[in-house]
Design a protein around this ligand. Structure first.
Ligand SMILES: Cc1cc2nc3c(=O)[nH]c(=O)nc-3n(C[C@H](O)[C@H](O)[C@H](O)COP(=O)(O)OP(=O)(O)OC[C@H]3O[C@@H](n4cnc5c(N)ncnc54)[C@H](O)[C@@H]3O)c2cc1C
Length: 351
């Protein structure tokens, strides 16, 4: 690759976005320096030690629609490390676990009419059946739905039954009393993100053999550990003539100034606001993920949506997707599978 200018780019944030930006900029011939506030690299997808296996701080999988990250993995020599697996889904309603992967499981689901199931299936295939005539391009432009509340969209584009019996409990669990503020564009984004299904087995999800740590480690190696400073919180960008000249960080209580030609903020929009004053006007809602290390498997499902008074909306048995290449796989063989009744008891015990 030919180098044109050698600008130094300061990058705020050592999550996947910061690391990937650094990697691309280096390939384009620039010098990069990443400043990460925390002591570990990888952001939300960083791996940490637990009482069981080391896992990502927040569950992570890939969807078949995520071509960019798969291409990045290939560039880093990890093309064969991305494994596509069935991520089993189920819905917990009225004390019962209802698997929703295979066509006959979906047909057997008792909380929706057959008509509603067909309309929901059409929506997931992005087919608009309003007025009885199938249209295939209605949902291509997600931005066109940004101003439409998700409830209005679902009721108008499918049925009230689908909203009340399928989506509303999920929206309650995810957004609580702010669910009416959620845009239809969010839902359509999810449909596009999690759309790929194997007709006979269920949703296909990607996971790195050995976890997302493989991707983070490969990015760190590509970028060069010497170009990444951890424990360094960016606090200011000094400008001259409208251009970034210095990135100010705080490390161990000491301020440090770094000469830069450009700055990329690869952190939450509020960090961009604090550093530049540029108003992002994006509201946040926090997410809490509790991790429990269990000695035995709790359920036969990767992703269990919960329509219940339980204080959480999703129960994820991460090992159902992870299938690490060694160690846990053998111990899993001896694991007892808990039947739905046992799961129900676990819920009762928690209340
Ligand atoms: C619960 C949960 C589950 C998710 N699951 C998936 C999934 O399955 N698949 C998927 O594709 N995506 C998933 N995501 C989204 C995905 O995690 C993020 O899109 C991606 O990891 C974000 O990477 P990032 O680099 O943009 O940000 P982050 O990972 O948030 O990294 C930003 C970094 O910036 C650092 N930082 C912040 N402020 C400063 C500062 N002032 N100075 C220096 N550093 C700073 C932070 O410490 C952090 O390390 C999930 C997100 C959550 C919350």
């Amino acid at each position: 690759m030919t180098r044109t200018t050698t600008d130094t780019v300061g990058i705020v944030g050592g999550g996947i976005a910061g690391l990937a930006a650094a990697h691309r900029l280096q390939r384009a011939g620039h010098d990069v320096r990443i400043f990460e506030a925390s002591s570990s690299i990888g952001g939300l997808a960083a791996t940490y030690e637990t009482a069981g296996n080391p896992i990502e701080k927040f569950y992570h999988h890939l969807s078949k629609s995520e071509h960019t990250i798969v291409e990045l993995a290939s560039q880093l020599g990890l093309g064969t490390a991305v494994e596509w697996r069935v991520g089993k889904n189920a819905y917990y309603v009225d004390g019962e676990v209802h698997p929703l992967d295979k066509p006959w499981e979906i047909l057997a689901y008792p909380h929706m009419s057959l008509y509603d199931k067909v309309r929901l299936a059409l929506l997931t295939k992005e087919i608009d059946l309003r007025r009885g005539v199938p249209k295939f391009d209605t949902y291509d432009d997600i931005e066109a739905f940004e101003e439409m509340p998700v409830k209005e969209f679902i009721v108008e584009h499918t049925t009230r039954g689908i909203y009340e019996n399928f989506f509303e409990p999920l929206l309650d669990a995810k957004f609580g009393d702010r669910k009416d503020e959620v845009s239809a564009a969010w839902l359509l984004g999810r449909v596009k993100f999690r759309g790929e299904r194997d007709l006979l087995r269920g949703e296909i999800l990607g996971y790195f053999d050995g976890g997302f740590a493989r991707l983070i480690d490969a990015l760190i190696e590509a970028v060069g550990r010497e170009n990444i400073t951890t424990g360094a919180r960016a606090t200011d960008i000094e400008l001259s003539g409208g251009q970034a000249r210095r990135l100010v960080t705080e490390r161990n209580g000491e301020k440090e100034r770094h000469d830069v030609d450009h700055v990329i903020v690869a952190a939450m929009p509020n960090v961009l606001e604090e550093l530049t004053g540029y108003s992002c006007d994006i509201e946040f809602q926090g997410t809490v993920c509790s991790v429990l290390s269990l000695e035995e498997s709790l359920m036969d499902t990767y992703w269990l949506n919960i329509a219940d008074e339980a204080p959480f909306g999703v129960l994820i048995e991460y090992e159902r997707l992870r299938w690490l290449p060694s160690g846990p796989r053998s111990s899993r063989r001896g694991r007892r599978r808990r039947e739905p009744a046992a799961l129900r008891e676990s819920f009762r015990a928690r209340r």
